[in-house]
Unconditional design. Sequence first.
Length: 243
Amino acid sequence: MKTRVFSAIISFAVILLIAPSGHCAAAKAKAAKAKAAARKAAPNPAFAEVKDDPALPRVLLIGDSISIGYTTYTRELLRGVANVHRIPTNGGPTINGLKNLDTWLGDGKWDVIHFNWGLHDLRTMDDGKRQVPIDQYDKNLRELVSRLKKTGAKLIWASTTPVPDAKLSPPRKNAEVVAYNVAAKKIMDENGVAIDDLYSAVLPNLTTLQLPANVHFKGEGSAFLAKKVAESVTAALKQAKGK
């Protein structure tokens, strides 16, 4: 009888020890899930509404996820110098630009527009073809530049940033980045558009600034690009002011 009572006490004690542990594990898992959901739901500060200081010039950043990465850093660097806006989405390939440019430009006056397309255009699709072949990219970009020039803003073309020699999804090759940048440079030179050569600037330190096997950049990489962007925008504003 004593043995059975003792066994029952031991079993009950084990249950008491295990139950809180299981409860804690479940609670931790639930908290982690809620935290992840909150992070996912939190708006990207790059898309935050910008309340213009009427005393400052207006700058528009157009580009894909690379530009999304450097937007907040650029805003901080140009605080008190310019009202830095960006398009409210990933700019994607040139075909997206042609469809949405008028909406992105809106009705307000822009003093400087810093823009890029390319990384999405040159990616390889499931059928083995580029999303936008280089000849079509050339045609699309020429039309986009023509439309941007009509805004009267100082235009700055940002060259497409390098991609690593790695297996990427979707596939991209750096040789294609170079080819598309060459095509873009020709267009910009013909139209008198300033070039912010982000490609050449970041290339020497690509392995330390870019995420491994990824087209995107670490925080310090985006900050590095933002410094270049801010410098080119500041130069354009000074040039416009000196006219």
